[in-house]
Write a protein that binds this ligand. Structure first.
Ligand code: PMP
Length: 427
């Protein structure tokens, strides 16, 4: 009913041209034309506070990134089969942020391609084919990784070589022993694969468990599971597409919060601040055999514009202290949300690492029954107040608060004020 006529026409045109597989956000979709920092502007010139988009992680259209990207686009746009220094300068800088065991980086264009490559390498190295993922994991859209992505829904079959384990959910844990349970679940999944004649190749997890509902705590809970997959002959792949590049605040990479060293690390989304650049970081022995036998050429992966852009993004993260900003503003937001939760039965839990926050919406705090309905009302209510967030998790009841890393305390106050007002609105 609230839809403007011109938006209705645009929606119809989209459906006619793009077909039925695309989804818009919101009952009343936002028509964006411009972005700057933490703000997005619609076609009427109204500003929306972006508390959701982790891709534009150093802020929408950051001038330094735009400048590096356009300068390189105007100079040379070509691929990795010619000598060029920028890819090496960037790789050196990037690899310098990882534990020393992780020595190579290969470039792709998307997180999906990265995980697809990780699967191929894991299979080639271990001789196994089995993968273990969490119950509502998302690892991408290629045929292979869609089989590792139960969050795509029942219309996508999980591979016969795939086993799922419950996400490490502290809020719904019976005894608080998230680490012990997750370790035992991974060990049991590996055994089940073996029992069916499938050798485990890897455990792959998003180290912030975003699509499972955001599970950052307690730090260190991954380490037993990593030991368990290795004991079963498999590798550990950390999918850092969501938590990576400083978002979790106290460390640059999500896996570091757990004190583990992965065999491979998948990077994507925020890596180019919106330019499609992604990559896989790995231990060198994994690729020795594969690299000697198979050639890897990705037409656009690691192209000169991509790496110039990615380099500017990493420079901005360091020069503007965005990791420590994520830690401090993230804590401020967490405390602010907790204060609001204290007066609201519908907020069951607030959890976070840096500027990656999950706010679990429930029927009431005693039953903890998930409320997708209330979560959707909050998301749409905030949209009316020109604040953009979304919901995640198996029951779509966990609000995902994940703003660009340049988010300030003032931005946080703006968000918290509107969030509180929306929570207080009658149902
Ligand atoms: N892994 C995770 C954890 C993701 O969140 C995503 C994207 N939502 C992907 C992989 C796939 O990345 P892309 O969309 O760039 O292919």
């Amino acid at each position: 009913a609230e839809l403007a006529e011109e938006d209705e026409a645009l929606i119809a045109r989209r459906q006619r041209l793009l077909g039925p597989a695309y989804r818009l956000m919101y009952a009343n979709p936002v028509h964006l034309v411009r972005g700057e920092g933490v703000w997005l502007y619609d076609n009427k010139g109204d500003a929306y506070l972006d508390v959701y988009n982790n891709v534009a992680s150093v802020g929408h259209c950051h001038p330094r990134v735009v400048e590096a990207m356009s300068r390189q686009a105007a100079t040379l746009s070509t691929n990795t089969r010619y000598l060029h220094e920028t890819i090496l300068d960037y790789s050196e800088q990037l690899l310098g942020t990882f534990p020393e065991e992780l020595q190579h980086v290969m470039f792709t264009c998307t997180g999906s391609e990265t995980n697809d490559l990780a699967m191929r390498i894991a299979r080639a190295f271990t001789g196994g084919t089995g993968f273990i993922v969490t119950e509502t994991a998302y690892h991408g859209i290629t045929h292979a990784v869609s089989e590792l992505s139960p969050s795509l829904g029942r219309h996508v079959d999980l591979g016969v070589h795939v086993r799922t384990v419950p996400a490490p959910d502290l809020y719904r844990s019976n005894n608080g022993d998230v680490a012990g349970k997750f370790t035992a679940d991974v060990a049991a999944a590996a055994e089940d694969l073996s029992r069916h004649g499938i050798k485990p190749a890897a455990l792959i997890v998003d180290t912030i468990f975003s699509s499972d509902g955001v599970f950052p705590e307690p730090k260190g809970f991954l380490s037993g599971a990593v030991d368990a997959i290795r004991a079963a002959g498999g590798l550990f792949i950390a999918d850092e597409v969501q938590p990576g590049f400083g978002r979790t605040g106290d460390t640059l990479w999500g896996f570091q919060r757990h004190g583990v060293v992965p065999d491979m690390v998948s990077l994507g989304k925020p890596m180019g601040n919106g330019y499609p650049v992604a990559g896989l970081v790995m231990k060198p022995d994994l690729i020795e055999d594969f690299g000697a036998r198979a050639r890897y050429f990705n037409t656009f992966g690691g192209n000169t514009v991509a790496v110039a852009t990615a380099k500017a993004v990493l420079d901005v993260i360091f020069d503007e202290g965005l990791q420590s900003n994520a830690a401090s503003v993230g804590k401020y937001l967490h405390d602010g949300l907790n204060a609001i939760a204290a007066n609201s039965e519908m907020i069951g839990d607030v959890r976070s690492a840096g500027l990656f926050l999950g706010v679990e919406i429930v029927e009431d705090r005693t039953t903890r029954a998930p409320s997708a309905d209330r979560a959707a009302k909050l998301v749409n209510g905030l949209r009316k107040k020109r604040v953009l967030i979304s919901a995640t998790g198996p029951n779509a009841n966990v609000l995902k608060v994940r703003p660009p890393l340049v988010f300030t305390r003032d931005n946080a106050d703006f968000f918290l004020e509107r969030f509180e007002a929306t929570v207080r609105e009658p149902n």
